[in-house]
Design a protein around this ligand. Structure first.
Ligand SMILES: *[C@@H]1O[C@H](CO)[C@@H](O)[C@H](O)[C@H]1NC(C)=O
Ligand SMILES: *[C@@H]1O[C@H](CO)[C@@H](O)[C@H](O)[C@H]1NC(C)=O
Length: 451
């Protein structure tokens, strides 16, 4: 085949793809961290972990305190935005856990369930004709009959069975080849190993591999959805992944999940996680080749662990026939700069913001490589601004070492590889060499197409 007919062939494939695409949308909302005791009268109750900052931030007004978790008015404003920006072809909602503020930890199961019910109710009013698929986080009540009763409006019977025992389930989209797998990452996290986690954690591995094998046989594409995904927290510079706060996957679980993702990368069309209170992404490689991507949505709560951000909500655009993710619109609420009123705005659209031709492991890998350019910080500044949901656009606090840590966090989901990458910038670059030549080849093809 000569280069010209190859170009015609590829172009017609692209066209076929466009014609067949059935555009759908879904919301990804995460880490609401609702704090029922957050109000201006009893301010300290919602902010008890950070007394030192309370007085300072109090002056900014109650919605604007970055040391507080979400107040009820903040949750109401998020629901109102989602109701207002409701596309006709909204297919479902992914809701990836940490519904409750960690300041509720010591409260009774009853109070926690009441708070979860209140959030469930507002979501079911907002999405009266869609299904919401919840994933459990480490700040949420464990699976129980009461949770099943609350969420049976959204989950079919088979899903409720696995949910009640393990907090995980799968959803088959009846009109397409897309399957959603919702995992309970708490079972694979540090804390769970001390309780009944090991047994249920093992059951979840077996179940996951079984569901993925079945999906492959049926030629389905799969979305992996969970509260916490694989990889490390970039802001803990030392890279002590397992020492990080609750909810992190244990080193063993992280390694095993990466293994499963590599083994089924042909079936997995995308991974969607929350937990980090950061807008970022992760790449998984197999023999140096990017084979799978994970997009991490920022939290609704402005409060983070040692970091702060604006509240965010994300609307995905996808091909609902194939599950291929086409783009997303990131919404944010600038709580530092608004005067009292809660005004949500579009922060950016993914493909446009980073000039991506498409969303794939290869294109996101290219983005990570371009971001590492030490001579031109433009792209990295965009990334870091998005990571903090525009809480600040000043990125001068992140020096070259810090840039490198971010790069390692994105491209090294394995805990050992991450630490090695952080220790040794030169070897990190060298190990990428084979794949760089693949990028050059891809570029050559693109040039042929466009000429
Ligand atoms: C739940 O909502 C009810 C009715 O609005 C309210 O009275 C109650 O205080 C709320 N409880 C929690 C924990 O959010
Ligand atoms: C982002 O995409 C949305 C939906 O397609 C569109 O309405 C909006 O104008 C775009 N915004 C920007 C900043 O490009």
């Amino acid at each position: 085949m000569n280069p010209n007919s190859l170009a015609v062939y590829i172009t017609s494939l692209l066209w076929l793809n466009l014609i067949d695409a059935k555009i759908g949308y879904f919301w990804h909302i995460t880490d609401l961290h609702y704090d029922p005791f957050h109000n201006s009268q009893e301010f300290h109750k919602g902010c008890r972990h950070n007394r030192a900052n309370v007085d300072h931030n109090h002056r900014n007004g109650r919605h604007r305190d970055h040391t507080c978790d979400s107040s009820w008015p903040l949750i109401q404003s998020a629901a109102a935005l989602m109701a207002e920006r409701h596309p006709d072809t909204l297919e479902f909602v992914l809701w990836t856990g940490d519904i409750l503020s960690s300041s509720m930890e010591h409260l009774s199961e009853e109070v926690k369930l009441e708070a979860v019910r209140n959030v469930t109710d507002i979501l079911s009013r907002t999405f009266s004709s869609q299904f919401v698929f919840p994933a459990l986080g480490h700040n949420d009540p464990p699976p129980s009959k009461k949770l099943v009763d609350m969420w049976m409006q959204w989950l079919p019977t088979e899903a409720l069975q696995t949910f009640q025992t393990g907090g995980y389930y799968t959803i088959e989209q009846s009109h397409s080849k897309l399957r959603i797998i919702v995992l309970n990452s708490v079972l694979w996290a540090g804390g769970a190993a001390r309780t009944d986690g090991p047994h249920r954690g093992r059951a979840q591995w077996e179940w996951l591999e079984h569901v993925l094998s079945k999906a492959r046989r049926k030629s389905e594409m799969v979305y992996l959805v969970a509260h916490a995904g694989p990889g490390v927290e970039e802001r803990h510079n030392a890279g002590s992944a397992s020492a990080a706060g609750g909810g992190e996957l244990t080193p063993t679980a992280n390694a095993r999940l990466l293994h499963v993702i590599r083994a089924f990368s042909d079936v997995i069309a995308g991974q969607f996680y929350g937990h980090r209170h950061a807008d970022t992404f992760r790449l998984i490689y197999s023999e140096g080749r990017p084979v799978s991507w994970a997009l991490l949505a920022p939290s609704l709560t402005p409060r983070g662990s040692g970091s702060i951000s604006n509240p965010g909500l994300r609307l995905y655009k996808f091909d609902s026939n194939t599950g291929k993710v086409l783009d997303y619109t990131q919404y944010y609420l600038d709580i530092t700069n608004t005067r009292g009123e809660l005004h949500w705005a579009i922060e950016y659209n993914l493909t446009q913001y980073y000039s991506l031709r498409e969303i794939s492991a290869t294109s996101l890998d290219g983005l990570a490589e371009r971001m590492l350019n030490y001579h031109d910080r433009t792209l990295f500044t965009k990334y870091l601004t998005a990571l903090r949901v525009r809480h600040t656009t000043d990125t001068s606090d992140c020096d070259a070492t810090c840039v490198h840590v971010h790069y390692c966090a994105i491209t090294r989901a394995d805990y050992h590889e991450f630490r090695a990458c952080v220790r040794n910038p030169a070897s990190a670059l060298a190990s990428r060499a084979p794949h760089t030549s693949a990028a050059v080849l891809l570029y050559a093809i693109l040039i042929i197409i466009s000429s």
